[in-house]
Design a protein around this ligand. Structure first.
Ligand code: PLP
Length: 426
């Protein structure tokens, strides 16, 4: 008598039921499938830097390829010191290597932070796609505060004050500046007002500044400037060094939160152990110094200028087609709202941002992400477009000889924007 095969008996943890692959990762994989089928696809879905990793960093990685030993969990001391030095360039901020925690990508530290802290997470929306799913996996309570396009998508300090007054703390506020998905930044006076509320309620602020170097005007202002005692600054190599696949992130803590750093380090030691040794050695090259090395300065300035020109031109073209867009100040995203075309879209059977993205992809090959992936209200017709589907190396080369002109290499993004505009007006 043949035995019936034993079926493995398993049950998903309650917090993971209903959690699916990150919206950005899923769209990246979808683009690859469509391209393999021979479809023309504009990859405006995933937020990946179009620029190559700067040559001196690649050379540093090659030099350190043989580094094979496990490094300390908190990170290579030279890298921790370099990150501290990098943040200490900002007026009024002083850190040492002991304040820094290194990880395989800042996303991992965001997760560990939400795991380590008890209490509620306050999330202004639109919020980067992974903040809320991480909180949900960990069973954290989320308090959303919706921001508004006419207010440049900035957090309203009065609403923060209300949330902290009406609910029981302790609170973790997750701020992202410049923002993914809007590209918007808080004005200095707004930052000060938010910091005053955070101070009043003793709120721990995770200031995700991973796009800070990509503020088009080079004037990024860390939130830690106004609430140094309670702010953790997040950065990494993924966005301004074009090295998302290298997986290197860093959190920098104020002295008052040293025990939090210790708790996260302990959790890291029991999970990922440490970050890749060659990558950490190469990372020192990016952060070290009282100012950027000339090659890095040139790379970052050129990236900012190209992204700024491209964002302005793209926003203008969308607006010309009657689509609402707030002018971004940094990063490589636009967050248009198709509300003015609602009736026209409804006549074509498009009622939600999900349907909008699906139809836009089917009809034009342009990939975008619906605003709901960023915790926006379900009725809204907002979409995130990542302006990154272009040859970054070619754009840098063109920019070097003609800095006043948007490089022709960026043309593919404009083609996608035009296709989107024509589609919306059809
Ligand atoms: N924060 C924001 C706002 C992001 O857009 C991303 C990546 O898309 C991350 C954090 C995570 O970056 P990484 O884990 O590559 O450091």
């Amino acid at each position: 008598m043949s035995e019936s095969p034993r079926v493995p008996d398993f049950k998903l943890s309650r917090n993971l039921v209903g959690v699916s692959t990150s919206a950005t990762i899923a769209i990246h994989e979808r683009a690859a499938t469509l391209r393999a089928e021979g479809r023309r696809v504009f990859k405006l879905g995933l937020g990946q830097s179009p620029f190559p990793v700067p040559g001196p960093m690649v050379e540093a990685l090659q030099r350190h390829a043989a580094e094979k030993d496990y490094l300390p969990t908190a990170g290579l001391p030279a890298l921790r010191a370099a990150v501290a030095q990098y943040h200490s360039r900002k007026p009024g901020l002083r850190y040492t290597g002991d304040d820094v925690l290194i990880s395989p990508g800042s996303k991992e530290l965001l997760f560990l932070l939400q795991m380590a802290l008890d209490g509620q997470v306050i999330m202004p929306t639109p919020a980067w796609v992974s903040y809320a799913p991480q909180a949900r996996i960990l069973g954290r309570r989320i308090r959303y505060i919706h921001t508004r396009p006419y207010d440049n998508w900035q957090l309203d300090p009065d609403e923060l004050d209300r949330a902290c007054t009406e609910h029981d703390g302790p609170f973790l506020l997750v701020l992202n500046d410049p923002s993914n998905p809007t590209g918007c930044s808080h004005a200095p006076e707004r930052q000060r007002a938010i910091a005053a509320v955070a101070r009043k309620h003793g709120v721990v602020v995770l200031s995700d500044e991973i796009y800070g170097e990509l503020r088009f005007d080079g004037q990024h202002r860390s939130f830690a400037t106004d609430w140094p005692e309670g702010t953790i600054i997040a950065t990494g190599l993924s966005k301004w060094c074009g090295a998302g696949g290298w997986r290197l992130g860093a959190f920098t803590f104020p002295p008052a939160l040293r025990s939090l750093l210790g708790a996260m380090e302990a959790a890291a030691s029991e999970t990922y152990t440490t970050t890749s040794a060659p990558i950490q050695h190469a990372g020192v090259t990016a952060f070290a110094g009282d100012t950027f090395a000339p090659w890095m300065d040139n790379y970052v300035r050129s990236s900012r200028a190209i992204l700024g020109m491209l964002a302005r031109e793209s926003a203008l073209r969308l607006r010309t087609a009657g689509i609402r867009v707030t002018e971004p100040q940094g990063a490589f995203y636009l967050f248009p709202d198709f509300e003015p075309h609602r009736a026209r879209l409804a006549a074509r059977g498009v009622h939600t941002a999900h349907e909008l993205c699906e139809r836009l992809l089917q009809d034009t090959g342009v990939m975008g992400l619906p605003g709901q992936a960023f915790a926006r209200p379900s009725a809204e017709l907002t979409v995130r477009l990542s302006l990154v589907d272009f040859d970054g190396a070619g754009a840098l080369a063109e920019f070097a000889s003609e800095p006043a002109r948007l490089p022709d290499a960026c043309g593919r993004v404009l083609e996608a924007i035009d296709a989107t505009s024509v589609w919306a007006c059809a």
